[in-house]
Ligand binder design. Structure first.
Ligand code: FNR
Length: 381
């Protein structure tokens, strides 16, 4: 089996690059403008150095497969097998024509993690929810997997309301509101490639039932339609699902988010696809954590962008994140080997994360924060 030679996320990336059409590979892999933020997301992790603690007995850790990596989220209403969640990414059927998001959700259930389904999924959200239920029932009754729904506020508020209600009705457990896409970033590769959707693939959730048209206008700012803070009240009046804001970088925005009693924040710059030269996410994280501590509050903080190794996950947790989200690595797994590929990518990251914990002398997830393991922005003189 050729995939047994794929040992890490980068191996999956290279294999996916060979397999995918250039137009699709570029759509998945690239960022905006000069792609400085895209690159910096990964490089910032590499600039943070670990100083491990030694002579701590981690042997029990090795025996109790996965037990110590379990992570509770959203005030213990969710438990995942290790602190890594599938980020919302558009159009999985570009990576895997036949099953797309259905393959991804099977892997999420098998690995007991959360799949955050995108508004721009190429499979209708109800079908993904059905597949999720089916998998739990027939193959993985012990799975603690959950579905979250990522919301883009559409230009039409009635359409947006319908999306929220559909998500709640079909069993999604949290609403992840993406706030860093008031307009779409300048993705020059897509312009050069004249990116267009292949026949038969579209953003299935964004079709307006009444007109049967694509509600594909994102929230293009216009006077009364642009998404703003006051809309959080509106969203919270429609749904009782926990609300998580995705795309926060500035500490002032965290203070505002706390006023609106959101349940979580995802420190994200959309994988370097929106504002180029935006601060990398792992460099933004400490300021966010600090702000929440100063305000004497406790909410879940997650981070995404550039996470490719178990040590990256460990660093994010050491800085105060509850969990990380991964975007592109999932798409690489999906492109290479469908459900099995996604499962393998998650398993590889979990294995690497456990190894990093042990090598740092961490017996529990809490130890990662307590052990004072990081030196930031280290430069050798
Ligand atoms: C995204 N991302 C994204 N985010 C979101 O809220 N809704 C979406 O539909 C999408 N779609 C999407 C498509 C593709 C191809 C990519 C690469 C990314 C952003 C995503 O959730 C996440 O923030 C980043 O992907 C994280 O960075 P890494 O892990 O890809 O480096």
């Amino acid at each position: 089996n050729s995939t047994s030679a794929l040992l890490n996320v980068e191996d999956y990336h290279q294999q996916a690059k060979e397999k995918l059409d250039k137009m699709i590979y570029d759509f998945y892999s690239t960022g905006s403008d000069d792609q400085l933020t895209l690159i910096d997301n990964q490089e910032s992790f590499q600039r943070i150095k670990l100083r491990p603690k030694v002579l701590i007995d981690v042997s029990s850790h090795q025996r109790e497969n996965s037990l110590n990596c379990q992570t509770q989220l959203l005030q213990s209403t969710a438990t995942i097998s290790f602190p890594c969640i599938i980020a919302p990414t558009a159009l999985h059927r570009l990576a895997h024509r036949e099953y797309g998001e259905l393959a991804t959700v099977r892997a999420a259930v098998a690995c007991s993690t959360i799949m955050c389904v995108s508004t721009a999924a190429s499979t209708c959200m109800e079908l993904i929810a059905e597949e999720y239920q089916q998998q739990i029932k027939t193959n993985y009754p012990q799975s603690t997997s959950q579905l979250w729904f990522q919301l883009y506020v559409l230009k039409s508020r009635p359409c947006t309301k319908k999306l929220i209600q559909r998500a709640e009705k079909s069993g999604y457990k949290a609403l992840v509101l993406t706030v860093d896409l008031c307009v779409v970033g300048n993705r020059e590769c897509d312009v050069r490639n004249q990116f267009s959707l292949p026949n038969g693939i579209q953003a299935e959730n964004m079709i307006d039932d009444e007109t049967n048209d694509f509600a594909k206008d994102y929230n293009v700012p216009s006077e009364d339609e642009a998404l703003s803070w006051k809309d959080l009240d509106w969203i919270q009046s429609i749904t009782s699902l926990p609300l998580i804001l995705k795309g926060i970088i500035h500490p002032d925005d965290v203070r505002k988010a706390l006023k609106y009693s959101v349940q979580g924040i995802i420190v994200s710059n959309h994988g370097g696809r929106q504002l180029d030269t935006c601060l990398s996410t792992i460099d933004a994280l400490p300021y966010i954590i600090d702000t929440i501590r100063t305000e004497n509050q406790q909410i879940d903080v997650y981070v995404d962008g550039g996470i490719r190794r178990g040590t990256d996950i460990l660093k994010a947790l050491a800085l105060g994140a509850k969990a990380v989200l991964i975007g592109r690595p999932i798409l690489w797994g999906l492109a290479v080997d469908g459900e099995q590929g996604v499962k393998k990518v998650l398993d590889l990251l979990k294995k690497e994360f456990r190894l990093a914990m042990m090598l740092c002398g961490c017996q529990t997830i809490d130890d990662i924060r307590k052990n004072n393991l990081l030196i930031m922005n280290y430069t050798s003189k």
